[in-house]
Write a protein that binds this ligand. Structure first.
Ligand code: SF4
Length: 110
């Protein structure tokens, strides 16, 4: 799964890395079918595989900073994201489980 990069993200991160926007885009990003900028490769090139930390944490994409997106006002617009994240993110799993139980009126504690 790749974060989506906004124009602001691309400007901020390319500047942080001392690269031009076009160099940054060419080296790391591609457009998905919706026209959004996403990573060319997975796992994310900014994940330090030695310590499992983000190497650009201070300037990471907004999409990463907002993960797992549970505070979005139009939560229904993020259901497709929750569906992707539910197997990877314990917080998302818990939120989805709470919603599922509320909808089925299951009152047992989780
Ligand atoms: S938090 Fe960092 S390593 Fe993780 S996806 Fe975002 S940019 Fe990549």
């Amino acid at each position: 799964m790749s974060p989506t990069y906004t124009r602001g993200d691309i400007l901020r991160i390319s500047s942080h890395l001392g690269m031009s926007v076009s160099e940054f885009q060419k080296k790391y990003l591609r457009k998905d079918r919706d026209g959004d900028w996403i990573n060319k490769s997975l796992p994310c090139q900014f994940l330090n595989l030695e310590d499992n930390k983000c190497s650009i944490y201070a300037v990471r994409p907004k999409d990463c900073a907002g993960f797992p997106h549970h505070t979005k006002r139009k939560m229904v617009d993020y259901m497709h994201v929750f569906k992707q994240n539910v197997e990877l993110c314990p917080a998302t799993y818990r939120v989805v489980e709470i919603m599922r139980r509320r909808l089925s009126q299951d009152t047992r504690p989780l």
